[in-house]
Design a protein around this ligand. Structure first.
Ligand SMILES: Nc1ncnc2c1ncn2[C@@H]1O[C@H](COP(=O)(O)OP(=O)(O)O)[C@@H](O)[C@H]1O
Ligand SMILES: O=P(O)(O)OC[C@H]1O[C@](O)(COP(=O)(O)O)[C@@H](O)[C@@H]1O
Ligand SMILES: [Mg+2]
Length: 326
């Protein structure tokens, strides 16, 4: 590969972790080395950059991690980096270490941080890594596929016992502000109802009527999937008990969804995105985010990317509505 004017870059993971982040780090390191670019691993996200928490990475530093969940670089949320002083400190560390660019792997918050760092004169490229799949400009984010499969596996297990006991299950999946995971998982498990933060919560139409409809069709077990930002699963369970005289069991899947070995899809997407991020930095571009569109890897300006509006997949929503018989 041709030599690049870019000689040394940093890579970090930030915000909530997501399975596949390690595969992305591995790809960044190996793609950089392929172009003769040195790679510095920055631990603990933006906070680590401010504190100069780094180490030199070589090909061996990323051996045996493609199949591992979590992130070997650790991750963190940094209040200091939200301030102009924190950003200036981080830019100073980049200067001191002679970093020609940073690859930041994380969610929308991480990209807002990247925008600010770019304004301080540091070249930055973002790679989307979050189980929420809530980054406006990209169809896919690393970790979503693994998290969805983990949730489906757990819910299938619950379903066995709910069927035996003819019960109602209420399962809370992650998604503070986004229902992509809940909706996708709901379709995959054949849920009786799915609650997402993008739709105002109405117990009567979204839960009671769906359970009643299923019962009238002969069903004796019910699966309600709730995104954490839509309603509290405990409250939904209580309402089901009070208003439908059922005895539901509530399960909060929680951080189980964020761990585990990444699926093949997450590993491949992370590897493709990591490769592209290095090419973009090597071309001297900055303030870019790596995205997928029609399964192709593209890059966009971060400002434009974050300004785009993402809505729930309306086709998936319609399918869900039909499947729940409403
Ligand atoms: N508007 C912002 N300006 C500067 N830094 C930000 C901004 N928003 C988030 N960050 C930085 O990015 C970190 C990760 O963001 P967060 O929203 O927690 O996770 P994620 O990247 O997964 O969405 C924050 O802890 C903060 O340091
Ligand atoms: O790990 P924490 O701090 O409990 O955060 C939980 C949140 O992180 C997520 O898993 C991912 O969110 P971010 O991408 O914003 O970090 C959310 O679904 C969840 O609400
Ligand atoms: Mg986020």
């Amino acid at each position: 590969m041709a030599e690049s004017a870019v000689k040394r870059i940093g890579v970090l993971t930030s915000g909530g972790d997501a399975p596949g982040m390690n595969a992305a780090v591995r790809s960044v390191v190996r793609s950089a080395l392929d172009r003769g670019i040195e790679c510095i691993g920055i631990r603990r996200g933006w906070s680590g950059l401010i504190n100069g928490d780094f180490y030199r990475m070589d090909s061996g530093s990323v051996s045996r991690i493609i199949n591992r969940g979590g992130t070997i670089l650790y991750t963190a949320r940094s209040e200091e980096f939200r301030t102009a002083e924190g950003q200036a400190k981080a830019a100073g560390v980049c200067k001191l270490l002679g970093l020609d660019g940073i690859v930041a792997i994380g969610g929308d918050g991480t990209f807002r941080g990247a925008q600010e760092l770019s304004k301080c004169g540091v070249s930055v490229v973002g790679i989307p890594g979050t189980i929420d799949n809530d980054i406006v400009c990209t169809e896919y984010t690393i970790g979503f596929d693994t998290a969805a499969n983990t949730a489906v596996e757990c819910i299938d297990k619950l379903r066995d016992t709910m069927q035996s006991h003819e019960r109602c299950a209420v399962v809370e999946v992650m998604g503070r502000h986004a229902g992509y995971l809940a909706l996708y998982v709901g379709v995959a498990v054949g849920a009786t109802a799915v609650l997402v933060p993008e739709r105002p919560y109405d117990f009567h139409s979204q839960v009671a009527e769906k359970i009643r409809h299923a019962r009238l069709n002969g069903k004796t077990n019910f699966m309600i999937v709730v995104a954490e930002g839509a309603a509290s699963a405990v409250d939904v369970g209580r309402q089901i008990q009070e208003e439908l005289a059922l005895d539901p069991r509530v399960t909060i899947l929680g951080h189980i969804q964020r761990g585990g070995s990444p699926t093949a899809k997450d590993r491949v997407m992370a590897t493709r995105m990591g490769y592209e991020a290095v090419q973009i930095l090597a071309e001297g571009k900055t303030n870019r985010v790596i995205c997928t569109k029609d399964d192709q890897i593209i890059d966009l300006d971060i400002d434009e990317g974050l300004a785009m509006k993402k809505t729930l997949n309306s086709e998936e929503f319609k399918v869900m509505t039909v499947m729940t018989g409403m």
